[in-house]
Unconditional design. Structure first.
Length: 122
């Protein structure tokens, strides 16, 4: 199964677009859901602490957005991966995947490091 042409098209399309869509989800703060593990709560969408009197209250119930960002990117990449399997091969051959398969994830990693730098500045 892993050596079949449709699976390879799906894997390359999914992996490449997941890396790109993850950067978009991180930059635009598009999470499918927000997890509050200390409270055991999962909320749909992105929810930020609105406590203006004491912003440190966010430490009592920290929100985790990573799961939502990854889910947003996975849903979008699933669509691109399925489209790569369904589209005729002659349409796909007009677009060269060889360079994009390695460049997009490499630049996505650099973009993720850049976007998370403010979290580590004190």
């Amino acid at each position: 199964m892993t050596s079949s042409a449709p699976f390879r098209r799906f894997a390359f399309a999914f992996g490449t677009t997941f890396a790109l869509l993850y950067v978009v989800a991180l930059a635009k703060d598009l999470a499918l859901f927000t997890v509050f593990p200390s409270l055991g709560i999962v909320l749909a969408g992105t929810h930020h602490s609105r406590d203006v009197a004491d912003p440190a209250m966010g430490f009592l119930a920290p929100a985790i957005y990573w799961y939502g960002w990854a889910a947003s990117a996975a849903v979008g990449a699933l669509g691109f991966g399925l489209a790569a399997v369904v589209l005729p091969v002659r349409w796909i051959r007009t677009f060269s995947w060889s360079g994009w398969v390695w460049l997009v994830p490499a630049f996505s990693m650099i973009a993720c490091v850049y976007l998370t730098l403010p979290w580590f500045r004190l």
